[in-house]
Design a protein around this ligand. Sequence first.
Ligand SMILES: Nc1nc2c(c(=O)[nH]1)N[C@H]1C(S)=C(S)[C@@H](COP(=O)(O)O)O[C@H]1N2
Ligand SMILES: [Mo]
Length: 427
Amino acid sequence: MADRRKQGFGKQLAELHRWNAWLVVALAASGLLLSWGAARGWLGEGRVWVKQLHIYVGLITGIVLVLYAPLLRRHLKQLRGRPAQRGNLAFVVFLLLGWLLSGIVLWQLRHLPPRWATAALAVHDLLTWVGLPYAAYHSVTRMRWVKKPHRRAVRTDDFAAADGDEARGAGATSPYGGGLHPAASPPTLLTRRQFIRGAVGVALAAAVLPSFFKWMGGSLIPASGSGNIAAGDTDANRMLPAPQPLPDSANVVGGGARGNFRLYTVTPLPHFDSDTWRFRLDGLVDRPATWTWEQFLEIKRRVQVSDFHCVTGWSVYDNTWEGIPLTQLLDAAGVRAGAKYVKFYSGDGEYTDALSLEQARMEDVLVAVLHDGQPIHRDYGGPVRLIVPGMYAYKSVKWLDRIELIDRPHTGYWEARGYDNDAWVKA
Ligand SMILES: Nc1nc2c(c(=O)[nH]1)N[C@H]1C(S)=C(S)[C@@H](COP(=O)(O)O)O[C@H]1N2
Ligand SMILES: [Mo]
């Protein structure tokens, strides 16, 4: 009678564990795909679907947690005297809750202040850095071949058996009951299991730690003045002469950007040379114009400090941008009466976006040439990129080389692939 109940409980746990494992696999795969910058171009519209999938699967994990909640007390009781198992359980529940809550904030970020998204993304990423290697270690070291040969035959539906002291040995193969060695083990320096565990742990650490520390340095602890978009010798662009910063820009009045840009592109990275680079302003204007680099550098610039928000949750605060206010360029060109929208073209030949004329005339919309006193690096849109601080950064076209005044709406690159045309950042 009591045995039946125990067996039912064990089955329930095993079922939840299996569901949870597969959900985590699906979340890891979709999440890594989403965070992989280079995949943006070939994913295209698929990115928006993968994101939806990631969100739905995440919410289902929430349901699994809710179903598990009433079993928690009994599960903990069952694990009494097994601190390693309890620790594992607590850590897994902590991971899942952390992922879920930060994920909900990221999912709803358009309705929340950007600082929330910044914090949620840091949590989501950190848990992923720690949680995925842990999950990989957890599943590999519990695979049957890692166990002692004589235990290979034991099946996971012995969860219930793990409840009874007499069955602890058998429970060793289950995710809830492992960790005990038979007293009769021959005295070896390292058991086969310890060795494999150690090897798996070392391999995972070697694979993950270098990029983890890189991420720590960049995203988790946004160092002031670390702005990663300054052009160094490694800039693939060859734009001569270099633009000379205004005093406010040279002094970095914003104090230095806080946070890191994530390199996004939907094409192979383009590069530019001042000999062939041209900037055009045309369409419904009285005086269409084409500038060479040298001519372009003669246009009066201004310095602005503003925050930069990507709709995927990361932000870079306090950027000191120097560039030409778009409205100044528009006035110089003489916008015709029929013009209603402004279309922006990237020199990558693929990316475009658009603003209404009214939006384009907002005073902080900038055709930027310098960031924190340095030429904008090729990777981050140099030599010239658009900056629209009031909107999510998919409006901030990189490698901007043409502005066209048009009379009907234009659907930009990401908007055509499912992003909202309304990109306003809620303050
Ligand atoms: N040409 C071009 N411009 C672009 C993009 C792009 O992929 N190609 N991505 C946009 C998005 S979604 C963001 S968040 C920012 C990222 O800028 P960064 O690569 O300098 O970090 O650029 C925007 N402008
Ligand atoms: Mo973005």
